[in-house]
Design a protein around this ligand. Structure first.
Ligand code: HAM
Length: 426
């Protein structure tokens, strides 16, 4: 028997309504902010990610799902920012639109050690606003992330904010960190000893307790920022305050992907244990140019859908369809039932039937299992009288309805059961 690959998940029919609700609410909110959907492919040239995220980024070094095709090396996308940037450049969207606000949903792949909230195939819902370096865009993007969390009924989260500054500022930050860590270098974990030489900022992300303890004592506050980047960050902070969006400044926040510059943020949730980041993002003003595109700034974020669902604690559920279940008894009623089934579906009423010729009791049990709200019963008697028997599964009430009044009645506010019920056995 085949089993699913470790770190992947079957999202079963009982779970899909909450997934659909996250996506539907997401689409609605993105549209309100005038973001348009983009669907880049799941496969990209592997080099796109090493160039964008950085050769030494953990995602690139250890977590890429690589697909070899003759001489080409492809990767299942570990994130979508690089893909969206590539699509923006390749399709000349700068020339058509200039500044463009895009959103996406879909599967991402990272070869990580699976645990609660950490999968190998997981799902992002995110956005990229490409073509502007203005701090007002950062304010909109962060407020949009905040609005999404409200729509998804996620509580108890904190927005952690920092600014890395421009490339020069990042180098300065890295240098400041090296200086500050020099005396403690020997106490860092083995990975961080390598990071110290090759990619010092990554030490700030290390999960090792000893490293975190050392890092927590270092003061990094905005000393690396040039006047322009400092002013940019001030505008972002003031703009968020103006909109009533709460955040915490976290000078240790650097993020694990190399493309970031200036504003970065991560959203943490109280109840998720070690995998507590429900979403994250930031500005990447150099990426488009580095990938051969125009010299324009960009900013975005992505939420992990699995973690959003954990954080929303089961509150998200798409309302169930008002399913109508048709039960027929006898050959002629069956043919009439199938015509009625087609009519109801055409009229936009969700409907199903029992094809297996179950007894009335068995078919009612099936209707109950399917959580049908109403059942239509058609037997020889109903056919002769040109009526159907309508049973409300909630109250158990039953009544007879003329065939021509049926659609109207099913559309009625309380399921067509407003008339005085007639008690019949079932
Ligand atoms: P990221 O922080 O790597 O950023 O991923 C964003 C979110 O995806 C995380 O906060 C987390 O909720 C979720 N996530 C990441 N890895 C996993 C996993 N293995 N299992 C489950 N959930 C996971 C990015 O990917 C950037 N592209 C975000 C961005 C967009 N920055 C600018 N624009």
């Amino acid at each position: 028997m085949f089993k699913r690959i470790s770190g992947t998940k079957d999202i079963l029919p009982d779970e899909t309504p909450s997934w659909q609700e996250v996506e539907d609410l997401g689409r609605k909110v993105f549209s309100l902010y005038n973001y348009r959907e983009v669907r880049p492919p799941l496969l990209e040239e592997a080099k796109l990610f090493s160039r964008s995220l950085g050769e030494f980024a953990e995602v690139v070094q250890k977590q890429m799902f690589l697909v070899k095709n003759q001489d080409e090396l492809y990767a299942l996308r570990p994130e979508a920012t690089a893909s969206v940037a590539r699509a923006y450049i390749e399709n000349n969207l700068d020339k058509t639109y200039g500044f463009l606000k895009l959103y996406y949903t879909g599967a991402m792949f990272r070869l990580e050690r699976p645990q609660k909230g950490r999968l190998r195939q997981f799902h992002h819902i995110g956005c990229e606003a490409i073509g502007s370096s203005l701090p007002e865009v950062d304010i909109e993007v962060i407020s949009l992330a905040n609005r999404l969390l409200e729509a998804w009924q996620v509580n108890n989260y904190t927005i952690k904010l920092n600014s890395l500054g421009c490339s020069e500022d990042k180098s300065k930050l890295s240098l400041n960190l090296r200086k500050a860590l020099k005396s403690n270098k020997g106490s860092l974990c083995e990975d961080c000893k390598v990071r110290y030489e090759k990619n010092t900022l990554r030490i700030l992300d290390c999960k090792n307790e000893a490293c975190q303890e050392i890092v927590s004592k270092i003061s990094l506050e905005e000393k690396h920022l040039c006047p322009e980047c400092k002013a940019h960050f001030e505008t972002v902070k003031n703009g968020l305050q103006n909109l009533g969006i709460r955040y915490e400044i976290l000078p240790q926040l650097v993020r694990g992907l190399d493309y970031y510059t200036r504003t970065i943020f991560e959203i943490k949730h109280d109840a998720l244990g070690t995998q507590d980041a429900i979403g994250a993002g930031g500005r990447y003003d150099n990426l488009l140019k580095e990938l051969g595109g125009p010299d324009v700034g960009a900013m975005g974020f992505a939420f992990g859908v699995e973690r959003i669902l954990l954080a929303s604690c089961g509150r998200l559920k798409k309302p169930e369809e008002n399913l109508v279940y048709i039960i027929t008894m006898g050959e002629k009623p069956k043919a009439q039932g199938l015509r009625l089934l087609q009519d109801l579906r055409r009229e936009g009423i969700a409907a199903d039937t029992d094809y297996e010729g179950k007894s009335l009791k068995g078919a009612l049990r099936r209707a109950n299992d399917l959580r049908a709200k109403r059942v239509l019963i058609i037997g020889e008697d109903e056919l002769k009288k040109q009526i159907v028997t309508l049973k409300d599964m909630g109250s158990g009430e039953q009544k007879e309805i003329k065939q021509e009044d049926l659609i109207q009645s099913l559309r009625g506010a309380n399921g067509g059961c407003e008339a005085k019920p007639k008690q019949t056995s079932s």
